[in-house]
Design a protein around this ligand. Structure first.
Ligand SMILES: [Zn+2]
Length: 161
């Protein structure tokens, strides 16, 4: 007799949905992602789309990368990432330094400091702390720029003499 009860779409790694408690289905991201050129595989809450929680898997494996996330958490991560990227995209610090700062804010080693894996609370922390940094650097750069502008005016005034 065959006692194997492995159902289609069920793997040993399948997480439970932390939002509604339902089981998850291992399936392609096609139809969930706007584009799925990389053939990403997901664990999707069985109640999808009523419950829009899912997690992607490591490429070529059925191992989930991090915890299940719903739409609200994904939006928070997107916000946190967009803000955080400003730190180096605007030239306030090198990318490496920004990630070092991120790991100290989160209190985790740098190889664990991935915004894609943050919880809601961690996202809110990163958003709050990043805003402080951006405000600091933007104020600092502005006052520096104002001094330079002033200098330019002086030079122009002298040239007109
Ligand atoms: Zn769910």
């Amino acid at each position: 007799m065959n006692h194997k009860k492995k159902r289609k779409g069920v793997t040993n790694y399948a997480p439970r949905c932390p939002y509604c408690g339902s089981t998850t289905v291992y399936r392609s991201a096609t139809g969930i992602y706007q584009e799925n050129d990389d053939d990403v595989m997901l664990y999707v809450c069985k109640n999808y789309p009523a419950c829009d929680a899912y997690i992607r898997t490591q490429k070529g494996t059925a191992i989930p990368i991090g915890q299940m996330a719903n739409g609200k958490l994904r939006a928070l991560r997107t916000d946190a990432h967009r803000l955080f990227n400003q730190l180096y995209l605007k030239g306030f610090m090198p990318k490496q330094t920004a990630y070092g700062w991120l790991s100290s804010v989160l209190g985790v080693p740098q190889d664990k400091a991935h915004i894609a894996q943050l919880s809601e609370m961690q996202c809110e922390l990163v958003i709050r702390e990043t805003k402080k940094q951006l405000t600091f650097y933007e104020t600092h750069m502005k006052s520096k720029k104002r001094r330079n502008d002033h200098h330019d005016t002086d030079v122009r005034a002298n040239a007109n003499c």
